[in-house]
Design a protein around this ligand. Structure first.
Ligand SMILES: Cc1cc2nc3c(=O)[nH]c(=O)nc-3n(C[C@H](O)[C@H](O)[C@H](O)COP(=O)(O)OP(=O)(O)OC[C@H]3O[C@@H](n4cnc5c(N)ncnc54)[C@H](O)[C@@H]3O)c2cc1C
Length: 391
């Protein structure tokens, strides 16, 4: 019975699991309801038939500047050094992404490359990260020509394939995530902590949830058990009023039975393939070409981000973006929120319906309808539960 617990949490991803552990350590009895048949949320990984640690929902790379997130997670895992590098297929060559000074050297003949590099360095300074939309606004004709080249070959088609919108139509924060680097640093991230969990992510969740005060029920849709009486501002657990803590990390529209319509998401499908030996020279190779040339956006080779990878076989995932359709055969997993004025307004309207229900909290990338990296949601869940425990 849900009412036997001090707290009920919907979802066993980072948001739910970190909150559960914190509440459990504060003496609360916690029940987690998880819709899927496994814990870990989108960070779920497992050892596949090739002895490769496969990331079921796409490659997850840990990188952070948050000491708080690292200190907490380090209670449940050892780490190994891993710096992520991505190559991009540009005019038949594989060059570093984010686009940097090495990419220029690989794509232009020496004299032109040397000139372009010095123009960029004197305009922005060595080490600067420049969002592509800012670079495109530079009035210097040489920088502008380079900016248009980079835009065309790195951003334009990738963005269209990934989002179904042009780079100009989407939130500039999205393209700013992968800036142009005025440096030779070919790492994808520049964070101070770049390590991967030695035994993978699922192992972290197993340890985190292994606490006498935590019970996990898999294959259970929380929305079948937790309902909200929006008029009387009450949460019901299996039809009875419940005044314990409710942390909901699923979709807000699902909790409210889609009464205001669906929230927009972008989905993905992965074509997972097995090969002998090694497949490609980097963990991830991006294909920022038009859909006619490469209909997928990127290929990731999981064993390249594994501690002790197997030599004989390899597993790769070819990634195809999809329009999200919750009842469709494909594209039915909500991966990335698509922020349009309409979808932002709809999310706001859903949260308005929940306002005033003092024991119900929306937490995480689905419930808050925003993108979080893993470190960010860990830190947020830690701070969030501290706040709840103060009341
Ligand atoms: C393709 C992709 C790649 C990514 N790569 C990286 C990366 O490299 N590095 C990084 O730091 N971050 C990455 N992220 C972000 C990372 O996945 C998120 O930070 C993390 O998943 C957020 O955790 P969460 O608990 O909020 O959500 P989730 O991990 O999605 O967990 C939510 C859980 O709730 C469950 N649930 C939903 N609805 C219900 C319900 N009604 N009842 C019961 N259970 C429910 C879901 O099944 C799920 O298990 C990536 C995200 C995507 C989409």
């Amino acid at each position: 019975m849900i009412r036997d617990y001090d707290a009920v949490i919907a979802g066993a991803g980072f948001a739910g699991a970190v909150s559960a552990r914190k509440l459990a350590e504060a003496g609360k009895k916690v029940l987690i309801l998880e819709k899927r048949n496994h814990i870990g949320g989108n960070a779920y990984d497992y050892c596949d038939e090739n002895h490769v640690l496969r990331h079921e929902y796409g490659p997850h790379i840990f990188h952070t500047n948050s000491e708080k997130a690292v200190a907490f997670l380090s209670r449940f895992t050892d780490w190994f050094d891993y710096e992520h590098r991505v190559l991009g297929w540009i005019e038949g060559r594989l060059v570093p992404i984010p686009f940097n000074l090495t990419s220029i050297e690989m794509l232009f003949e020496k004299e032109k490359a040397d000139h372009l590099k010095s123009v960029l360095i004197s305009a922005y300074g060595m080490g600067k990260k420049v969002p592509i939309l800012e670079l495109r606004k530079n009035p210097d004709p040489e920088i502008n020509e380079l900016a248009e080249y980079i835009f065309e070959h790195v951003f334009k088609y990738y963005t269209m394939k990934q989002w179904g919108y042009t780079a100009e139509e989407i939130d500039p924060a999205v393209t700013a995530r992968v800036p142009v680097l005025v440096s030779y640093d070919d790492r994808y991230f520049q964070d101070s902590f770049q390590k991967m969990p030695k035994d993978g992510y699922t192992a972290i969740f197993e340890k985190m949830l292994d606490h006498p005060n935590i019970t996990v029920r898999l294959n259970t849709d929380a929305a079948d058990h937790i309902t909200v009486d929006t008029e009387n501002k009450k949460v019901l657990a299996d039809g009875e009023p419940y005044d314990g803590i409710v942390i909901y990390t699923g979709l807000a529209d699902h909790l409210l039975k889609y009464c205001l319509g669906d929230l927009s998401y972008r989905s993905l499908e992965f074509d997972v393939q097995s090969h002998d030996g090694d497949y490609q020279p980097a963990t991830t190779v991006n294909y920022p070409t038009s859909a006619e040339i490469h209909p997928y956006t990127r290929i990731s080779e999981y064993k390249k981000m594994m501690f002790n990878p197997p030599a004989e076989r390899t597993t790769v995932a070819v990634e195809y973006p999809y329009v999200y359709n919750r009842t469709g055969e494909k594209g039915n997993v909500p991966y990335y929120p698509v922020f349009t004025e309409e979808s932002k307004g709809r999310y706001q309207a859903y949260t308005d319906l929940l306002k005033g229900i003092s024991n119900l909290y929306l937490l995480g990338r689905l419930a808050e309808y925003r993108y979080y990296n893993m470190d960010a949601i860990v830190e947020r869940a830690l701070e969030f539960t501290d706040e709840i425990l103060k009341h």
